[in-house]
Design a protein around this ligand. Structure first.
Ligand SMILES: [Zn+2]
Ligand SMILES: [Zn+2]
Length: 421
């Protein structure tokens, strides 16, 4: 499958015409030099990077852009949070730039995407690591008002990725990209689950293509950790294709479910409580093991006929303990708006118990996911040691409240409440 052939969109069997408005994707050695021709229509460029990504690809980008660079924002080495403060810093440097070029991976690109949306100025991506799947998706993963929010922003005009830069990315970032892909087992299952429970629309083409990317990347583990250029390029391509699938779907549904919500819990709780958390894709990878355990438990017992219920005050108090007051109120307001606390899905759970269990059992077991993660050197001990049993249990209970999306976390909560998995 060639990435660029997808960019022209497809008329799908699901009845929709899927589009992804990116002009070009270049994944090749020396790709950054392409910026010269790609930026020809633009007068002046704002370059955004951090010290590490600037060191990886900044010089090449500057050589390609020559005298078009009007200003630069180079963030320091401390962890960059894509929040109001970082946004203001980029916006202050915009001047009369007609294009934003982001050099980096997740956070830098989310910021550029978000500023592009707010300012109406287009942006381009110079990717420095195959660490996540957001490069080709419209969602900017921001932290606004303390909440993790995926803002629907625009797509980049183009994505350039020098395979020599990608293969030399820090090893945790290569593992993170692998982990973000492994997480699709869980995300795709959640999508299917929601189709069965809520009648949510599911596009088989998007589902199958995303599934294909898991299989493709799983077979590349050895090459990825050996920094084999072709394997790392294939991982990056898979991440881009998953991004395009999100654009096709018009949401992150194919790529983000319960495993991402758990990772968002660790990130948000980490930020508000000033506690450490892992890189996005690595949190997603280990969280996929947790969601696999939830599915196994759900398959091993009969579904209760009655729904777990809790008073609003209790829920608010627990959310406040899990996050803080303002995030808890944000979660309550969101869930009230979508009516998640009030709905009772148990009649559907009972009626479709066999179908639901079949969907849940199609996902690899926790042990299989663990084995897959170990092929790139990811050891669950890192996750267990960092978060501990209690924090992981809190994530299982309260990650779902952060989002307006039905997943296996809701199914588990509805049926078993706070029971340990
Ligand atoms: Zn479709
Ligand atoms: Zn992700």
């Amino acid at each position: 499958m060639d990435v660029n052939s997808l960019l022209s969109g497809i008329s799908c069997t699901c009845g929709k015409h899927h589009v992804c408005d990116i002009e070009a994707v270049y994944i090749e050695r020396g790709a950054v030099a392409r910026l010269n021709a790609l930026c020809a229509p633009y007068e002046s460029v704002l370059l955004v990077a951090d010290e590490n990504t600037y060191a990886a690809a900044g010089e090449k980008a500057e050589a390609a852009l020559a005298d078009k660079i009007a200003s630069r924002v180079i963030f320091g080495k401390e962890i960059l949070i894509p929040d109001e403060k970082a946004t203001a810093e980029v916006e202050a440097a915009l001047g009369d730039a007609s294009l934003i070029v982001g050099i980096g991976s997740g956070v830098i690109q989310d910021l550029c995407k978000y500023v592009s949306k707010r300012s109406g100025i287009p942006y381009m991506v110079v990717a420095t690591a195959p660490s996540m799947d957001g490069y080709a998706s419209t969602g900017a993963a921001m932290i606004l008002g303390g909440m993790k929010e995926t803002v629907c922003a625009g797509l980049p005009r183009a994505i350039v990725a020098d395979t020599e830069v990608l293969k030399n990315a820090p090893m945790p970032m290569l593992r993170a990209g692998f982990g973000d892909i492994v997480g699709k087992y869980s995300a795709l299952s959640d999508w299917k689950l929601s189709e069965a429970v809520n009648g949510e629309a599911l596009c088989p083409y998007i589902y199958n293509t995303t599934y294909e990317m898991i299989e493709r990347v799983s077979a590349m583990a050895e090459g990825i950790t050996a920094r084999d250029e072709a394997s790392v390029a294939a991982l990056f391509e898979a991440l881009i294709i998953v991004g395009i699938m999100m654009s096709f779907a018009g949401s992150s549904r194919p790529a983000s479910g319960s495993e991402h919500h758990l990772s968002h819990y660790f990130e948000i709780a980490g930020i508000v409580k000033n506690e450490p958390y892992l890189t996005h894709g690595i949190d997603v990878a280990f969280s996929t093991v947790i969601t696999a355990r939830i599915r196994e438990k759900l398959c091993s017992v009969p579904f209760p006929a009655r729904r777990f219920r809790e008073s609003e005050e209790k829920t608010l108090a627990k959310l406040t303990a899990a996050y803080n007051e303002s995030v808890a109120e944000g979660c309550m307001a969101l869930q009230k708006r979508v009516g998640a606390y009030g709905r009772d899905l148990t009649p559907i759970y009972k009626e479709k118990e066999a179908e639901i269990k079949k969907i849940l059992s199609e996902v690899p077991k926790a042990d299989e996911i663990l084995a897959l993660l170990s092929t790139v050197g990811l050891d669950m001990k890192e996750f267990d040691d960092l978060y501990g049993e209690e924090k992981i249990a809190t994530a299982v209970r309260h990650a779902k409240d952060l989002k307006d999306r039905y997943t296996v976390l809701w199914l588990y909560y509805d049926l078993f409440g706070e029971e340990a998995i």
